[in-house]
Design a protein around this ligand. Structure first.
Ligand SMILES: C[S@@+](CC[C@H](N)C(=O)[O-])C[C@H]1O[C@@H](n2cnc3c(N)ncnc32)[C@H](O)[C@@H]1O
Ligand code: SF4
Ligand code: SF4
Length: 317
């Protein structure tokens, strides 16, 4: 039996498919699917159940979650339940009423893939809006962090982005692994040299802004010397201590699984977590590369089972 927590600790909700942007990198086909918002009554049921199960952290994503019609009520509900709340945003116009409630959010993750518009636009839209929120946040009492996807076309800009984040009082930069976009293609792959550059910067940086590495980004964690041996906590968190709910209320181990191809079902979070057959099969999937067996990182390494199609980049140089 594959190890997983009794209940998930982290729950990710896709609140809406509505988004003003069409980012080249985006794994959601937001521009090509009908606008849809999460049913507010259903969201209240899930959040109330999550509280009872002991879920510690809620993530709101999308689409653009700040455009969800019930965003103020949803933030208020999660914070009144004393759960940690992180929201990922591209940057949009924010009303004064929303600014006030955003001050209760534990981290507003602003997505930014470059320190300049030119670098950012290779993969994302909305540079000015994202920077605008980061600049205004301290006056509004909002705690920001940055979500940065590590790509070949932005990796050497990371030190400049880090300096900007420090200057603006951003709490942390979370480095996300570059995953397939809506057409199932991983664009602008990192090379081994790119990952070494990033790892050296992370190991040597001395600033106050923290640098976090996404749990499934095993290549970077390995080169940074991060050694987590616990079978639940090492590697990808999907179905082990986290899960996602898409805009239709459909439960999934991970937001990067395409809902239309999935057969995950369940009427409550607890039922899904313990009884769903497809989720249990997903947990049993221990796909690895041939080269893993002789690898010095094997004890603490767990590659993403969804994206094994090439050789491990750390062993193909
Ligand atoms: C899908 S967006 C939704 C929230 C909001 N619209 C935003 O852009 O922050 C959530 C996060 O996923 C990241 N993301 C989008 N496509 C990605 C991909 N192909 N690989 C890795 N991260 C991706 C975005 O940069 C963002 O930080
Ligand atoms: S990454 Fe975010 S802002 Fe960009 S298209 Fe996707 S959902 Fe919209
Ligand atoms: S070869 Fe396997 S164990 Fe070694 S770093 Fe790559 S994925 Fe991890």
């Amino acid at each position: 039996m594959s190890a997983y927590l009794r209940y998930p600790k982290i729950l990710n909700f896709e609140l809406t498919t509505v988004c003003p942007w069409k980012c080249l990198q985006c794994y959601k086909s937001v521009g090509n699917i009908p606008d849809k918002n999460f049913d507010w009554s259903l969201l209240q049921l899930y959040i109330t159940e999550a509280k009872k199960l002991g879920v510690g952290k809620i993530l709101f994503s999308g689409g653009e979650p700040l455009l969800y019609p019930y965003i103020i009520q949803a933030i208020t509900l999660v914070k009144d339940c004393n759960m940690e709340l992180n929201i990922s945003t591209s940057g949009v116009t924010i009303t004064n009423e929303l600014y006030k409630v955003l001050a209760r959010v534990d981290a507003l993750y602003v997505s930014l893939n470059g320190s300049t518009e030119e670098i950012n636009k290779k993969s994302r839209e909305g540079f000015k809006e994202a920077v605008g929120i980061i600049q205004l946040a301290p006056q509004k009492g909002i705690k920001t962090k940055i979500n940065w996807v590590a790509r070949n076309d932005n990796v050497y800009d990371f030190p400049q982005l880090y300096d900007f984040a420090e200057k603006m009082g951003v709490g942390a930069i979370d480095i996300l692994k570059n995953k397939p976009n809506a057409s199932d293609v991983i664009d602008s792959h990192l090379s081994y040299k790119d990952i070494v550059f990033l790892a050296n910067f992370i190991k040597e940086h001395k600033g106050r802004t923290q640098i976090n590495i996404e749990s499934c980004f095993y290549e970077l964690k390995n080169l940074c010397g991060i050694k987590i041996r616990n079978p639940i906590m090492k590697g990808c968190s999907a179905g082990r201590y986290s899960m996602s709910v898409d805009v239709n209320g459909h439960m999934l181990p991970c937001t990067h699984i395409k809902t239309r191809d999935s057969d995950y079902k369940g009427s409550s979070l607890a039922e899904f977590w313990h009884k769903d057959k497809a989720l249990n099969q997903f947990r049993q999937n221990n796909k690895k590369y041939n080269e893993c067996n002789d690898c010095e990182f094997l004890e603490w390494c767990k590659p993403c089972v969804l994206n094994i199609d090439r050789r491990c980049i750390l062993k193909s140089t």
